[in-house]
Design a protein around this ligand. Structure first.
Ligand SMILES: [Zn+2]
Length: 224
């Protein structure tokens, strides 16, 4: 099995340890939906029928509940400009792995925290540019190329974006959907976008799989 899909499947159970009895079915559902997206419906066309209608309904309800705490990470989203995986590097053309998903949005658009957690790092000194890293259980989410800069406030590194009204301190707790910065061009970038990285137990996960699972759960919710 594709290792990123495997990781995405594991993540679901991990995020919601309070619902262990359903996690297996839900994981399977998310695995199916993401697989359909990435590898075409033909490969999986016979599988959904293997699940009874009643079981599917239960899994759908559970899936909708599972992802309801997640927030789409950027406002005024325009396009996915670079996927997770190998690509020709924009600087120099070498083939390199891209550990995140690039999401274009106009400069100044607000970035929103994907999942409630704790700010474990703010930085402005790497190719990631002005950045914030949030830890939510086993998940770590990384936001790069933002506006603003880092200052030291009482011994704590703090990301400050004055014009955006943003102040994010290392160690602070932050809610899902909270504005944590604005799209900029700091670090190594050729245009304004959010580079969004996701790690689960220190392994990189394709953020597109997570967004697909969130999208699917919203569609399920709207049908309830
Ligand atoms: Zn990127």
């Amino acid at each position: 099995m594709n290792r990123h899909l495997q990781a995405a499947r594991q993540t679901v159970a991990q995020l919601f340890p309070s619902q262990p009895s359903r996690s297996k079915t839900v994981s399977a559902l998310i695995l199916l939906s993401t697989s359909c997206l990435l590898w075409g419906a033909a490969e999986l066309s016979s599988r959904p029928q293997q699940v009874g209608a009643r079981e599917t309904d239960q899994a759908n309800v559970a899936a909708a509940t599972l992802w309801s705490g997640a927030s789409f990470p950027v406002e005024n989203f325009q396009a996915y400009t670079s996927p997770f995986g190998y690509r020709s590097d924009p600087y120099g053309g070498n083939r390199r792995f891209h550990y995140g998903l690039d999401m274009a949005a106009p400069s100044g658009s607000y970035i929103r925290n994907w999942w409630s957690g704790r700010v474990v790092e703010v930085s402005d000194s790497s190719s990631c540019g002005t950045s914030v890293i949030v830890q939510s259980g086993e998940w770590r989410h990384i936001y790069c190329h933002m506006q603003g800069h880092v200052v030291n406030e009482g011994g704590r590194p703090t990301m400050v974006d004055t014009n955006g009204g943003i102040r994010i301190r290392e160690g602070q707790d932050i809610a899902s959907g909270a504005r944590i910065g604005r799209v900029g061009m700091t670090g190594r970038t050729t245009g304004p976008h959010l580079h969004w990285g996701l790690q689960y137990q220190s392994s990189w996960v394709d953020p597109a799989l997570v967004l697909q699972a969130m999208y699917d759960s919203q569609r399920i919710s709207s049908r309830q």
